[in-house]
Design a binder for this molecule. Structure first.
Ligand code: ATP
Ligand code: ZN
Length: 286
């Protein structure tokens, strides 16, 4: 049987999901209106669905794997395994109120109306906070409800915050932080055949994720600086250091975490490093 992976058909996660699966080596078409795409080089079908349906499809075993936001998984209260966070689709579910209004804190929401497309997550949050409010569940354009006097506050997804600002709303609480994740059906992970194939895909995914945060650096340096360079380029494994035909010089090759990159470069330059080349790594299997 083929493995099935569900991703969002059209929306904020679609392009990221397709790119990620392609980087994992899966070859498939994505032309419009396609609902299911068989991979040309792997025993996998890709299903294109509304993101809201993905958690249940994974839970019920209609598909084995899915890529969807944590917010949707929690709202649907789906019983799935969260295999890996994916680092895209980052957003926060926030409660916001009219800038010029009286409400400034969550406690002041007692007895107020809050419009949201996330009633499940919001009601458990309010319960935890000991706040009794009236939820107004709606299916979209939550941010206009206060100005229409449909609600006194909203609870909605925010990434940059510009939508809130344009509607004269300010956040007063973060209900949850969310990002896209790879989720899986728990039984399929445990079963011998599907489990092994899921692990193979997760290994590919880890290869892509590891490579993203790392750079491959090559440079030349005076032989006398070898020790100092080894110290700062060490990381988890020692760098490769080879003598150059020019006497007194060595070539150094190493994998460096991107966030430490500039700091290391400055030190290396002070040790006399030249001809520094920095390259993206396509895959990294450790
Ligand atoms: P669908 O038609 O598939 O139901 P949708 O309108 O529900 O799509 P999108 O707006 O495409 O969904 O958002 C998909 C996911 O992207 C969200 O569930 C969330 O995880 C993530 N996301 C990231 N930033 C934001 C944001 N600013 N607003 C909404 N969602 C965001
Ligand atoms: Zn949706």
């Amino acid at each position: 049987m083929k493995l099935r992976i569900a991703i969002q058909k059209e929306g904020r996660l679609s392009e990221w999901s397709v790119d990620l699966l392609r980087q994992m080596g899966l070859r498939f078409d994505t032309y419009k209106r396609l609902l299911i795409a068989p991979c040309r080089n792997h025993d996998v079908d890709i299903l294109f669905l509304r993101d809201d349906d993905i958690p249940e499809y994974v839970q019920d075993g209609i598909v084995d794997l899915g890529i969807v936001g944590d917010n949707v998984v929690n709202e649907r209260a789906a019983k799935v395994d969260r295999l890996r966070p994916l680092g895209f689709g980052l957003c926060r579910l926030q409660i916001a109120v009219p800038q010029s209004g009286k409400i400034k804190t969550v406690k002041e929401l007692n007895g107020m109306r809050i419009a949201t497309t996330y009633p499940t997550i919001l009601s458990s949050y309010l319960k935890k906070e000991g706040v009794k409010a009236e939820l107004v569940p709606i299916s979209g354009s939550v941010e206009i409800t206060p100005s229409l006097n449909v609600a006194d506050a909203i609870c909605d997804l925010v990434s940059t915050g510009t939508t809130l600002t344009t509607h004269n709303l300010v956040p007063i609480a973060t209900v949850m932080e969310s990002e896209a994740a790879l989720i899986a059906n728990p039984e399929r992970c445990k079963a011998a055949d599907t489990g092994a194939r899921i692990r193979d895909l997760v290994m590919r995914l880890d290869g892509v994720i590891n490579a993203r945060s790392k750079k491959y650096v090559m440079l030349n340096a005076p032989q006398s600086a070898t020790e100092k360079i080894r110290d700062i380029m060490g990381g988890s494994k020692s760098p490769t250091i080879v003598p150059l035909a020019d006497t007194g010089l060595v070539a150094v090759h190493a994998v460096v975490a991107e966030d430490e990159f500039w700091e290391k470069m400055e030190k290396l330059k002070s040790f006399g490093a030249t001809d520094i080349l920095v390259m993206n790594i396509e895959k990294m299997i450790v």
